[in-house]
Design a protein around this ligand. Structure first.
Ligand code: HEC
Ligand code: HEC
Length: 152
């Protein structure tokens, strides 16, 4: 009986932490790491829905104030892979305003307790810099256990 309680307890404790995982698929093309992770982290594809990735990839020549254009081969490969692995869970399957993960309703809701000055700390720089606080962001794990907000 005690074992059963432990099991039920473990289930309820672990469920919330299991919710925020968008694991980096094992079949990421090499070009994704080399072309899309030089200016920021390689965002796990599960953070945006299919249409949003399509929009990101169709606007690379005007990409958040920079030119991130690719040659035709990389463009096709990365685009197809991102869309194949895009968000499917209802919560994350939304059209991202301005093609930003950081402007989706779920992102804003999950981060509404963070004060404005925290986003501006030197150790954070931008909400798009997931890895500043989520120590396992590169693996697509965003659970509370792996959050550490830089003090400055
Ligand atoms: C030349 C630099 C550069 C390259 C290369 C680049 N990006 Fe970006 N990207 C940026 C900048 C700058 C931002 C805005 C970051 C910020 O607001 O802090 C950004 C933001 C983003 C965002 C939105 C982040 C948010 O706010 O939610 C996505 C998604 C994204 N990039 C995807 C990609 C993909 C996919 C590639 C590869 C095809 C790529 N980027 C390559 C510079 C780059
Ligand atoms: C300034 C630090 C910081 C940055 C930068 C940041 N986050 Fe967070 N994130 C948090 C905090 C704090 C929470 C809230 C944890 C809680 O209390 O539930 C959170 C929650 C989340 C959750 C929900 C976690 C859960 O267990 O339900 C997700 C998913 C998430 N963040 C993704 C991202 C992504 C993707 C980025 C980058 C585009 C990002 N975060 C950038 C601090 C940050």
């Amino acid at each position: 009986m005690k074992k059963l309680f432990t099991l039920i307890f473990a289930f309820f404790v672990m469920t919330p932490t299991m919710a925020a995982k968008m694991p980096m698929p094992a079949d990421a093309p090499k070009s994704y790491e080399s072309e899309c992770a030089s200016c920021h982290m390689a965002y796990p594809p599960g953070l945006l829905n299919e249409k949003s990735w399509q929009n990101v990839m169709n606007g690379l020549n005007k990409h958040f104030g920079t030119d991130a254009s690719l040659d035709a081969k990389d463009q096709k490969e990365i685009s197809a892979w991102l869309q194949k692995n895009a968000a499917t869970k209802k919560k994350y399957d939304v059209l991202a305003p301005d093609n930003r993960i950081t402007k989706t309703p779920w992102f804003i809701r999950e981060h509404d307790e963070i004060k404005v000055d925290v986003w501006k700390r030197a150790g954070v720089k931008s909400p798009a810099n997931c890895g500043a606080c989520h120590t396992t962001a590169a693996e697509g794990v965003f659970s509370e256990k792996s959050i550490s907000i830089p003090a400055k």
